[in-house]
Design a protein around this ligand. Sequence first.
Ligand SMILES: Nc1ncnc2c1ncn2[C@@H]1O[C@H](COP(=O)(O)OS(=O)(=O)O)[C@@H](OP(=O)(O)O)[C@H]1O
Ligand SMILES: Nc1ncnc2c1ncn2[C@@H]1O[C@H](COP(=O)(O)OP(=O)(O)O)[C@@H](O)[C@H]1O
Length: 207
Amino acid sequence: MSTMENPTNIVWHKSPVEKLDRQHLLQQKGCAIWITGLSGSGKSTVACALSQGLHMRGKLTYILDGDNVRHGLNRDLSFKAEDRAENIRRIAEVAKLFADAGIICIASLISPYRKDRDVCRALFPEGDFIEVFMDVPLHVCENRDPKGLYKLARAGKIKGFTGVDDPYEPPLNCEIVLQQKGRDCAPPGEMAETVISYLEEKGYLQA
Ligand SMILES: Nc1ncnc2c1ncn2[C@@H]1O[C@H](COP(=O)(O)OS(=O)(=O)O)[C@@H](OP(=O)(O)O)[C@H]1O
Ligand SMILES: Nc1ncnc2c1ncn2[C@@H]1O[C@H](COP(=O)(O)OP(=O)(O)O)[C@@H](O)[C@H]1O
């Protein structure tokens, strides 16, 4: 049978130490914070600020950054739609394991397709998938262009670059939107605090 089909003859093995026990030990609830947005919108920056903010409060986090995971686990994947879907699916499965470990897992990747993000959401118990949209206009991301990739894409040297000649579908109903304030973006620390307040309010920072 192909690896895409459901496995047969495999039985779930239960462990004597369960998610609730781990959460009790850590005094937090495992979940996935899924940061989506264009390249250059500030996903990695806010992921780091969030991880730092939570660490300072004694909370255990782990960042899965699209760029980084593509250096290892997902190094075989390109940027065509099916490979992006597989990139996102694998990262969601890893995030699910981290959440089961009781860890607050911060995934930051473009994840441009709504359908793919909804598939990820469906892997998690209600509430445990927290989608955060970096609502930063393309022209702002393009002006930042820290890696020079927009420039290469505009020059036709990268094909299928998100926002240039590949789509980005903004979330319709996500948990948190981090927006520009007037002409400026809020500082990353302030954005991280918005997410931390949400986690606090929803009870994720206690067991
Ligand atoms: N064609 C194309 N489109 C978009 N981005 C590209 C592309 N080629 C390379 N890059 C660089 O790869 C980073 C995005 O990887 P992700 O894993 O987050 O993308 S995706 O979720 O699978 O769409 C992205 O990093 P960020 O800038 O941090 O978003 C880019 O630096
Ligand atoms: N809130 C912010 N305000 C202003 N500049 C920012 C902000 N967040 C990130 N940046 C800058 O934007 C660029 C892209 O940020 P990055 O976190 O790498 O984005 P992404 O991970 O979405 O590609 C970097 O040069 C970073 O310093």
